[in-house]
Structures are given as C-alpha cells and as structure tokens.
Design a protein around this ligand. Structure first.
Ligand SMILES: [Zn+2]
Length: 270
C-alpha cells in the first residue's frame, strides 16, 4: 500500500464560542432545571491545518482563520459568536508554515475540507502562488450557488474569484492520502485519511465531527448542520472506515485532543 511520508499538525489557536454550537448535549451544554441559572460553557474552538508530504507532492489541508477575521466576518455577525481571539503571533497559519520553512510556492496542493470561513480563511493567499486549489465538487456548487455575500459561515469574500479544481466521491488523491465525502455539516464536507509507514492510518474529520464528545457512539449533533440525516450517516461512515483501518481519528475542533497531538514545529507523524 502506498503511504505518505510525513504529516505535520499545525495548531492555529482557537476561536471562542458557546459550546452549544458544537455539541447539543443535555447536561454538558444544554442545562437541566437544576442548573438553569448556570452560565453556558464557552469553549476554546481550536482550529488546525495539516501538511502532508507524499512521494506525489506536498499538500496543505485547510487554511484556518484569517488575521483580519473581525472585519472580514462582520457582514455575517458571527465574529461576535466565534471570535478568533485565542491565538498568538506564532499560531497564525502563515507563521506555522514559516516555522516549517514552507512558503506558498513550496506547496503542490491546498485542499479545503469545506469552505466555511474558519477553514477557507486563508486560501486566497495561495491563489496564483503555485499550489493547485482543491475542493469537493458539491461544496463548490453550493458555495458559489447561493445569493448574496454570505450564508451562515460560508463567506464569498474568502473564495470568490478563485479557480478551484474539484474532486468527487471517495478518492485516493496522493499516495497514502484519500478524501472521504462526509456531507451533512455542509453539502460537500470531506474528511481526509492519511496512511503513514510508522503511525498507520489517521483520519482528519474536519467538521464532519467537531469533537470526541460528539463522536459517540451514539453521535451527538451540533447546532450548525446543513442536513442532519446525512450528518449521522457520515459519522457512521467515518466510524466504519476508522475501525477497518484501525485509524487515529482527529476531530475538527477538539481542544483537548489537539493539544495532546504531536504538533508542528516540534513534532510530526511519520
Ligand atoms: Zn465548518
């Protein structure tokens, strides 16, 4: 079996948000009557990107949030609900890539799990700079198809005018790197499976599963789901694949898990 050679997890800090957005869980985010006056928990909604080195090229998976989030997200109003305010200078995506000695021209591909503003927030910095930009075909169709400047956390200012290549279905994209269609969160959300020689399989769920507490079984949904029955089916699809491949499953916004991983620039997976 073909494998990738090296994988770097880029910890890009965190947004802050009401946990209820991420986890509709009675007793954790949703309060019982005995706790009805207890404030809701605000959670560090961590954001990460991944660099994968393969014999077929080097790719970046997701681009995190932009430095100008507060003004760029202003039309959506969501900057008040998901402020990207737990981030230090060395955690922004551009800083993380610099720490690895990687400039835009050193990447062959930039692949987006979906086009929400906390995943596509920096994709424009790679447009025309060398890498091919890739997204799922159903995500592209949806993200370019609605009327107006934004829809939820899809914000055309992030990606309008950019030429994306598309992938469709479940595909092996590079040696040891496969994309798995996992719709529900958005119409074209993808997860990524990476096979490594020593580590074995890793599955990056992106927003198909926000956090370990949501994964179950049984799975617990979130407040932002485009299609709930598709979402449940995608979680079970990921679970089957993870079990078959004995994979480490890395969730999209799980602070505790992210901080337990080997992270760039100090650590990597091989
Ligand atoms: Zn999302």
């Amino acid at each position: 079996m073909a494998t990738a050679t090296k994988l770097h997890v880029l910890d890009c800090g965190a947004m802050s948000c009401d946990l209820t957005w991420l986890l509709l869980k009675p007793g954790r985010s949703i309060r019982p009557r005995a706790q009805k006056d207890k404030p809701v928990e605000w959670y560090p909604c961590t954001t990460h990107a991944v660099v994968v080195e393969t014999p077929g090229g080097r790719m970046l998976w997701d681009t995190s949030c932009p430095r100008d989030w507060e003004t760029r997200w202003e039309p959506t109003g969501l900057q008040e609900f998901f402020p990207y305010d737990q981030v230090s200078e060395n955690e922004y995506l551009d800083a993380r890539l610099s720490q690895l000695g990687i400039g835009a021209g050193d990447l062959d591909y930039v692949v987006l799990s979906h086009l929400h503003f906390d995943h596509a927030g920096n994709v424009r910095t790679f447009a025309g700079a060398g890498p091919r930009l890739v997204v799922n075909d159903k995500e592209k169709e949806w993200a370019f198809g609605y009327e107006g400047a934004f829809n939820g956390a899809h914000l055309k200012a992030d990606y309008e005018g950019i030429e994306f290549e598309t992938v469709s279905g479940d595909v092996e994209f590079l040696p040891g790197v496969s994309f798995i269609e996992a719709p529900g969160h958005t119409p074209g959300t993808m997860a990524m499976k990476v096979d490594l020689p020593e580590t074995g399989a890793m599955i990056f769920t992106s927003d198909a599963v926000y956090m370990g507490d949501a994964y179950g079984p049984p799975a617990t949904p979130a407040a932002i789901v485009n299609d709930l029955s598709a979402w449940y089916a995608s979680v079970e699809k990921i679970r089957r694949l993870a079990e078959q491949s004995d994979a480490t499953v890395v969730f999209g916004h799980d602070a505790e898990q992210l901080r337990s991983l080997r992270r760039a620039p100090d650590g990597y997976y091989a």
